[in-house]
Design a protein around this ligand. Structure first.
Ligand code: PAF
Length: 273
């Protein structure tokens, strides 16, 4: 992969990287399509990164289906699928790690200690291997995108980070590889996460600016579903991820909840004057 990337870069051509953990869905495919439109060579990486999973998380059962993923990536015009083994990515463990301090410890990072250090480390490795001109991420993992942007800025990486809108099912549920874990009844109830964000959005449009009031409104929506256990509602400055009491400027509203035993996340970005 390194040699291939070097050849492309020597020819003065661009590389678009779509980093994934596989189990590709329409969200990933929208990133591949953007890379196809904007860059000469499109690389999709598929690697279920053990470093970003906690001990009690779903690393072992994370959905894996390489042949299906290869067919989808090919259909969308990817030139290369880079699917390394764990031994190739971490031949001697992970001694050197990348930590984006501050941004990684809050919100999702507080609930999943070590998660973003795992993400930043593997993305740094992928950037070194694939040498992308542009790397594409989904807004669904908003905090991840903010952290990667900051890593790239702080480490002067010559790569552009493009963050594309969350792709949703027709009822509003954010697409996620983890949606396959949901039973029929959980799937029906899971839509409450996006409905809660929608309710917050409507309240903001109606003039509500108090984070606590928005949080209460969202909780009320999700409480209607017996199988949902809200883990966190973060209302933060979109750039710094610092909690805000009163919305002003660009803010992010992030929700994490268990639907049955499946943990899902979603978010909304708002510009408030
Ligand atoms: O968003 C993901 O799928 C993963 O966190 C990523 C960026 C591929 C790193 O493993």
């Amino acid at each position: 992969m390194i040699q291939f990337a070097e050849q492309i870069r020597r020819r003065g051509e661009t590389i678009g990287l779509v980093p994934t953990m596989g189990a590709l869905h329409e969200g990933h495919l929208s990133l591949i399509r953007a890379a196809r439109r904007q860059t000469d060579t499109v690389v999709v990486s598929i690697f279920v990164n053990p470093l970003q999973f906690g001990v009690r998380e779903d690393f072992a059962r994370y959905p894996r289906n390489l042949s299906r993923d290869l067919a989808l990536a090919k259909r969308e015009g990817a030139d290369v699928v880079f699917a390394p083994s764990r031994e190739e990515m971490y031949p001697r463990g992970a001694c050197a790690i990348v930590e984006v301090e501050g941004l990684s410890d809050q919100l999702e990072g507080a609930l999943r200690p070590g998660h973003f250090r795992g993400v930043a480390t593997v993305v740094a490795k992928l950037f070194n291997i694939v040498q992308p001109t542009i790397a594409y991420f989904g807004q669904k993992d908003y905090q991840q995108a903010v952290i990667i942007k900051r890593m790239v800025e702080d480490l002067h990486w010559p790569v552009r980070i493009d963050v594309l809108p969350t792709v949703r099912e027709s009822d509003g549920l954010a697409m996620s590889s983890r949606n396959v874990y949901l039973s029929t009844v959980e799937r029906r109830q899971a839509v409450a996460l996006s409905q809660a964000l929608k309710a917050a959005h409507e309240a903001i449009r109606g003039g509500e600016r108090r984070a606590q009031a928005l949080r209460r409104r969202m909780q009320a929506v999700m409480r209607q579903q017996a199988l949902i256990r809200v883990q966190q509602i973060g209302i933060v400055d979109a750039a710094t991820l610092t909690p805000v009491a009163q919305l002003k400027g660009r803010a992010a509203i992030l929700v994490a909840a268990f639907v049955g035993t499946t943990r899902l996340i979603d978010n909304l970005l708002v510009d408030v004057t």
